[in-house]
Design a protein around this ligand. Structure first.
Ligand code: IMP
Ligand code: MG
Length: 188
């Protein structure tokens, strides 16, 4: 998709992270995870739907006998604000007892979703549990002591879309990450 000619890109105020920057960072992270998990076969959990693109790119940069799982959670709330109540819509297919687990998430915002998820997965007896997030919006964190082990990009407090991230289920297919124009979501 050409970012200069695509009509979808007209809904963005600004491109925050380009596809080239994403690819370079994802490759770097893949190498780091390969080193950190040498000698193990981690379970990589993709948090649907937002982390899907990041996940499929990342696992191809990890040279380990890993396995993949998919989980869908929904956090109630309006399109651009999460309420803090989280529900599992699709659970893991296999148990994670004694496994080295890496949760792959699109973005950490308030941290409420991941805080809830890590609690559940720890209760299921994972040997180790780490979080890999594409984006981190630190300014909006509401949960203290949430350890995000791997982050590709720290971003400012703005609503972003693309590379898996949506607004009202749209824009996930943009190869770059950009700030959605407030005129699209009617000033919140
Ligand atoms: P948290 O529980 O507040 O950390 O929310 C995390 C979830 O909110 C992410 O997995 C996203 O689905 C969604 N989210 C938060 N900020 C954004 C954004 O800027 N764009 C798109 N989705 C977002
Ligand atoms: Mg979402």
């Amino acid at each position: 998709m050409n970012r200069n000619t695509s009509a979808i890109y007209q809904d963005l105020d600004q491109i925050l992270v380009t596809r080239e920057e994403i690819a370079a960072k994802v490759q770097e992270l893949g190498l780091q995870i390969t080193r950190d998990y040498a000698g193990t076969s981690p379970v990589m959990i993709c948090i649907l739907k937002g982390a899907c693109l990041f996940f499929t790119d990342l696992i191809r940069e990890i040279d380990l006998p890993l396995t993949t799982e998919f989980m869908a959670i929904s956090s109630y709330g309006s399109a651009t604000k999460s309420s803090g109540v989280v529900r599992i819509m699709k659970d893991l297919d296999n148990d994670i007892l004694d496994k080295d687990v890496i949760i792959v998430e699109d973005i950490v915002d308030t941290g409420i979703t991941l805080n809830y998820l890590t609690k559940i997965l720890k209760q299921r007896g994972a040997r180790s549990l780490k979080i890999a997030a594409m984006l981190d919006k630190k300014a909006r964190r509401k949960v203290e002591n949430l350890q995000v082990d791997y982050v590709c990009f720290d971003i400012p407090d703005a609503y972003v879309v693309g590379y898996g991230l949506d607004f009202d289920q749209r824009y996930r297919n943009l190869p770059d990450i950009g700030v959605l124009s407030p005129r699209i979501y009617g000033n919140g």
